[in-house]
Design a protein around this ligand. Sequence first.
Ligand code: KIV
Length: 280
Amino acid sequence: MYTSAPTDATPSEKRKAWTVPMLADAKREGRKLVMLTAYDASFARTMDAAGTDLVLVGDSLGMVVQGHASTLPVTAADMAYHTACVARGLSKALLIADLPFGSDATPERALDASIALLRAGAAMVKIEGAGEHKLEAIRFLVEREIPVCAHLGLTPQSVLRLGGYKLQGRDDATAAKLRSDARAVAAAGAALLVLECVPTGLAEAITADLAIPTIGIGAGPHCDGQVLVLHDLLGVNSGHRRPKFVKDFLAEGGSVAGAFAAYGQAVRDGSFPDAAHSYD
Ligand code: KIV
């Protein structure tokens, strides 16, 4: 039973606040990165105290907070509002915020949306996909001192083209494309890469290919870190199908703080995700 946080060896007040260059250090040193999504100050404060390394204000807020069927309706103003709320709850974790659908359609629009997110307290913005205009946006932002996290595999903003939320990179051709996309976003300047819903072996190969850390969600245990959506980790029914990779840590942790601590411990000791929460 996890009743207090953090279970990490380093007490909260002694931990250093995360900075972007520390991400590459963590990969070099083989330290697993623990990431969760948050949308408000109170949950953010609780996960920060539990030793969560990275907090993502995901555009998943469109589904789990606003009740939409997809992330597509989320606006740049929604993202800035929730990013400011979460920022007020954090003292140590690195805050990452999503560029929502359409806000990265041109480098200039991506820059405006990113500046709003950084002003709201984010240290890094996340961009889905690796199409040519996405690579251009990554380069454009990085050249202007805006750290970028890329996101490949299942990219929820592509749901209309993909026809649903499905495992990506299942055959040799799509796996090879994902591997080259991963190299391309890293070469464009991304400092972190989220891999969503890809087979374990493919995520392992991509992780080995890159100097930047990978963060998996439904991507097996070999990524450099893991992320879960807050509501999924707490077993809250958000009205959407529960994917295979989701685990309810509230049952194990006994409290919200305990759930965050249990999740952090399981990511760091490599016990999450296991085969039952990963794709072959
Ligand atoms: O929007 C989100 O919460 C995300 C995570 C699932 C990685 O992008």
